[in-house]
Design a protein around this ligand. Structure first.
Ligand code: TYD
Ligand code: MG
Length: 457
């Protein structure tokens, strides 16, 4: 027997409440609750009553995940941990218009073409078949093995998958699907969850690799991909400014690979192209010898990457000076400004501070701390940092510089890109595996931000 009840669901995080509330107690979003009718059916108990699957000894479990399928795009394979695992579910999220459908169509047609007639089912609930064909022509991705299915009914899609038995299923987007079993509108939390849940079960049962596209949404009017993160195997988000041609795809969750792995792409007339040497890309427009510009060695997933940190410190006209950052955590910038003021003796209380990771990159590692401090100090003193120096290290509240992981890889990448000097935490220098570092690299161990300032002035 189906029983109906009304609940209020937060579009941001999926929190359910029996009452409407202005602010979500779970994720803190305002005005995010929408009314939904949920139907409860008596739970199926057949498996629980016996006749279900028997447990297996952990030591007897087979570890073969099946051969990974390449997507034909090296940067995408890297984000997935070396290609797609059969039977896995991959969520591809990002702002509308950033390039999700483009990436998907390129990857699908490469798979269909290269892997010996692998049938691929591309379900679109957003665009017409003609629109997708036009995109396919632009991308030179018209494979006869990509079957197009413009449909939004979940039941019809599941039926089609059972019939065509594709190795790969792509759903663009999950927010357009609706199950006939639910009365709520497409894009609501319950519909999105239901569709993702049933497609995930299908992936596991039939060994189909499933791609789900999810638009990031503001205001919570549509349920965003965040509420599906726990359900799927891999979550990758597109980052990047739509004003620039560069796109960064970042794995924020991956059951089959490392997280925070990034893939860098350039959007051209013929689609998305992998950028083979991202360090070069992020440094191309660097103003050498300009105060406030510092190069740091970051680790993104398993890959070392050079990035430019820029700071501008200028006298404020406001009572409370501004601390603004793009691409680095703003709380971290405030903290580092306070450390520079208190431990480095640099007056900043009457200065606005702007910090930016150039090229649309987002850096969340504390290893960039020392570069941020150096950029701020360089701007204050109007003195350029040595253009051949790479700076990294975590900075503590006492102004101490703490060791960071994988110093060898950071130095190696810097050296490969033509940098000569490396200002690194003293702790990292002491622990360094010298055989992994080019002999010509000039290394300087830094213990305290004061020592960094001595090198700048
Ligand atoms: P799209 O993949 O439709 O974005 P999403 O699915 O994330 O909403 O990409 C849309 C943008 O990409 C659009 O502004 C046009 C641009 N584009 C190119 O620059 N080159 C191309 O080859 C294609 C297909 C799209
Ligand atoms: Mg799209």
């Amino acid at each position: 027997m189906a029983k109906q009840r009304t609940v209020f669901v937060c579009g941001g995080c999926g929190y359910e409440s029996p009452k409407w509330a202005g602010k979500c107690p779970e994720c803190g979003a305002w005005n995010s609750f929408a009314e939904e009718i949920v139907e409860k059916t008596a739970a199926k108990r057949s498996a629980a009553r016996g006749g279900g699957i028997e447990p297996t000894a952990l030591s007897d479990v087979s570890t073969t995940v099946g051969r990974r399928l390449s997507t034909g795009l090296s940067e995408l394979d890297r984000v997935l941990g070396g290609g797609m695992v059969p039977g896995s579910v991959i969520l591809l999220g990002g702002d509308p218009g950033i390039g999700k459908s483009t990436l998907l169509l390129q990857a699908l047609s490469a798979c269909a073409g290269a892997q010996g007639r692998v049938p691929v089912l591309y379900v679109s609930g957003e665009e017409s078949a003609a629109q997708i064909r036009l995109r396919g022509e632009r991308l030179d991705a018209l494979s006869p093995d990509v079957l197009l299915f413009c449909e939004t009914s979940l039941e019809a899609i599941l039926e089609q998958v059972r019939r065509t038995k594709p190795a790969l299923l792509a759903v663009d987007s999950i927010q357009t699907l609706a199950s006939e079993a639910l009365t709520s509108i497409p894009g609501s939390v319950s519909q999105v969850r239901e569709a993702a849940g049933r497609l995930t079960r299908l992936a596991k049962e039939e060994g189909v690799t499933v791609w789900l596209v999810g638009h990031l949404t503001k205001e919570g009017s549509l349920a965003g991909p965040k509420i599906l993160e726990h359900l799927v195997d891999t979550v990758a988000y597109f980052e990047g400014d739509r004003g620039t041609p560069y796109r960064i795809l970042r794995a924020v969750k991956n059951r089959f690979g490392s997280t925070n792995e990034i893939g860098v792409f350039e959007m051209k007339a013929g689609g998305l192209f992998p950028v083979e040497n991202p360090s070069a890309l992020f440094l191309t427009e660097r103003p050498e010898k300009a105060p406030g510009s510092v190069v740091t060695g970051a680790i993104e997933g398993t890959r070392p990457l050079l990035a430019e940190i820029q700071a501008l410190v200028a006298g404020t006209r406001l009572g409370t000076p501004r601390r603004t950052s793009i691409g680095v955590d703003s709380l971290r910038t405030q903290l580092l400004a306070a450390v520079l003021e208190k431990r480095g003796g640099v007056t900043l209380s009457d200065q606005d501070i702007f910090v930016n990771a150039a090229g649309g990159l987002t850096i969340s590692e504390p290893a960039a701390d020392l570069a941020i401090v150096a950029a701020m100090a360089s701007s204050v003193f109007s003195k350029a940092v040595d253009p051949l120096a790479v700076i990294f290290g975590e900075v503590g509240l006492a102004g101490e510089v703490r060791a960071v992981s994988q110093a060898e890889a950071r130095i190696g990448e810097g050296f490969r890109m033509g940098f000569k000097r490396f200002w690194i935490p003293k702790g990292s220098l002491e622990r360094l595996d010298k055989s992994q570092v080019p002999r010509e690299a000039q290394l300087e161990g830094i213990e305290h931000v004061g020592q960094l300032l001595d090198r700048l002035v």
